[in-house]
Design a protein around this ligand. Structure first.
Ligand code: NDP
Ligand code: OXD
Length: 317
């Protein structure tokens, strides 16, 4: 008879943080830790996963639900053998605050000319850079979901002229809204600091390319067009970012994510003077904040309630 055990399959070094915390909060639940201690696969009813190996979940005959320890489910959905079961993603205030903090930090860094001041400090140069007020600078957020929506509101409170672009129409007070294919060009034409918070799907793959960068507003008070990608690397074309920086379509870029991670040592992005690289850390989710939520999801499911933040497989996010 199935035992409603929970598989924990977390890729990489993050597992070291997560496993003791999950064990401490398991409250008698039977945890099976991949890869060493899965036991009888027929016992497993739930899976807590972050980038599990492709095909693993398909080998669990009594699996009932999959809980992703992250907001993006692109790595799971590219598994051709992924079972068609309820699948939930992470949408949690802790994660949202972290990514919004990252976005605000880098919008302000571009706005406040931080790179120029860092270069001046190295040369002992005391010179004021031109600082437009935030209400003269247009920020555009691609992806107005849980994280993008919050980032838009925080940046609007800081005074920026904020617009959002999403798949479906939105109406948010103080935020100019654009949606769909028809809304993209007008959204880009008014945007000086472009922030990407889109999921990776068939529609968004490669969207951040040279043709798109050329449509951004670069003659405004911000002093050029800037890119911040805190979402997924495959939404961007790295070579096009370099080309856009070199021709002036982009003035600078902050990149947390890359088509290939870790970013290869030979990538010119590492040393480009107009690029800031961070190693996919915008939204590192904290196990202390999220472990209880995972067990609460199992409890909901067992009460017959739908999972919170269930992924729409057709939409891809
Ligand atoms: P949500 O699912 O809440 O929001 C996604 C948004 O993108 C929605 O507004 C959606 O539109 C929009 N969207 C999706 N497809 C399209 C499209 N084809 N055209 C226009 N808009 C589109 O996601 P979250 O806000 O929670 O997270 C966003 C992404 O951020 C995640 O998928 C993940 O990849 C990434 N992320 C990265 C982290 C990091 O550490 N770098 C940390 C956390 C998240 P609509 O509202 O109309 O559905
Ligand atoms: C996520 C991430 O999707 O950290 O949560 O990238």
């Amino acid at each position: 008879m199935a035992k409603n055990a929970i598989l924990v399959a977390i890729d990489g070094t993050q597992a070291e943080q997560w496993i003791p915390l999950l064990k401490a909060r398991a409250a008698g639940r039977d945890l099976r830790i991949w890869p060493a201690a899965i036991g009888d696969k027929a016992d497993i009813a739930y899976a807590f996963v972050w980038r599990p190996p492709q095909g693993l979940l398909a080998t669990l005959p009594n699996l009932k639900a999959i809980l992703n320890i992250g907001a993006g489910v692109d790595a799971l959905l590219t598994d051709p053998a992924l079972p068609r079961l309820p699948l939930a993603r992470a949408a949690h205030p802790d994660l949202t605050k972290r990514v919004v903090g990252y976005v605000v930090l880098h919008v302000l860094a571009h706005h406040n000319r931080s790179a120029a001041y860092a270069a001046q400090q190295r040369e002992r140069v005391w010179r004021e850079q031109k600082h437009p007020s935030s209400d003269q600078v247009a920020v555009g957020i691609m992806g107005m979901g849980v994280i993008g929506g919050e980032a838009a509101e925080v940046l609007a409170r800081l005074g920026f002229k904020v617009a959002g672009w999403s798949r479906t129409a939105k109406s948010v007070s103080g935020i100019e809204s654009f949606h769909g294919d028809a809304g993209l060009d007008p959204f880009l034409a008014r945007t000086e600091i472009l922030v990407c918070l889109l999921p990776l799907t068939a529609q968004t793959n490669g969207l951040l390319n040279l043709a798109l960068f050329r449509k951004l507003k670069r003659d405004g008070e911000a002093g050029g067009a800037f890119l911040i990608n805190a979402a997924r690397g495959k939404v961007q074309a790295d070579a096009d970012i370099i080309a856009a920086l070199d021709e002036g379509a982009l003035a600078a870029a902050t990149l947390d994510v890359f088509p290939q991670e870790p970013l290869p040592a030979e990538s010119p992005l590492w040393t480009h003077p107009k690029v800031t690289v961070t190693p996919h850390v915008a939204g590192d989710i904290s196990p202390t904040a999220f472990a209880d939520h995972l067990f609460a999801q199992v409890d909901r499911f067992e009460r017959g309630e739908p999972l919170a933040n269930e992924v729409n497989r057709e939409r891809g996010y």
